[in-house]
Design a protein around this ligand. Sequence first.
Ligand SMILES: CSCCC(=O)C(=O)COP(=O)(O)O
Ligand SMILES: [Mg+2]
Length: 228
Amino acid sequence: MSDSAPARAILTDIEGTTSSLSFVKDVLFPYARERMDEFIREHGDEPPVRRELGAVSELAGKPLSDREATAQLLEWIDEDRKATPLKALQGMIWEHGYRQGDFKGHVYEDAARRLYEWADAGLRLCVFSSGSVQAQKLLFGHSEAGDLTPLFSGWFDTRIGAKHEAEAYRRIAGEIGLPPNEILFLSDIDRELDAAAAAGLRTTLLNRDGQCAAEGHPVATNFDEVRP
Ligand SMILES: CSCCC(=O)C(=O)COP(=O)(O)O
Ligand SMILES: [Mg+2]
């Protein structure tokens, strides 16, 4: 299949691609940061939370008390570390926010409209974000454009691998069940696009604010300019 042959699936990043950087950095991240300590004190004994706290200790390379784990998590938030247990815990905290109506998931108008059109045209739509699968479903399920979750048939987070490693994209192609060159990956980050291309996926850089640079990838400023 040449680069100009149509893709059969689209794999999309969230932050900076379907959704604004500012929604993630100025709304979601501070919301979880402010509530992390209280959340761990109130829910630290529940098995799903306990499991993630154990994973924090593992990543830190030593056993941590809940207090130390909280401090570690806050440090990772400040560094924007894509640590899998941090992402899982953030998702659990955001669930309260979405359910209480504290915020709705931001999705660009062009992204929501094109996702509907691509799904209608028979394209398979999947998400690959550093945010946990729970967080992905919450964002698209409580979006400003309504519940977009029925449009998607695959959800992938860092449990399948880091977004800057080609192996993650090979595994995703295997899970989707299509040859890599029939999958188009959309992202605003050049390292992610390079890794996807190394695994044989087609790529397009979303350069929404004109600030991104990624040599060797087609560029679109919004989803209307994406050519599946
Ligand atoms: C699923 S919404 C929260 C996104 C997030 O936590 C994050 O770190 C952004 O990751 P992305 O891979 O979507 O750029
Ligand atoms: Mg991104």
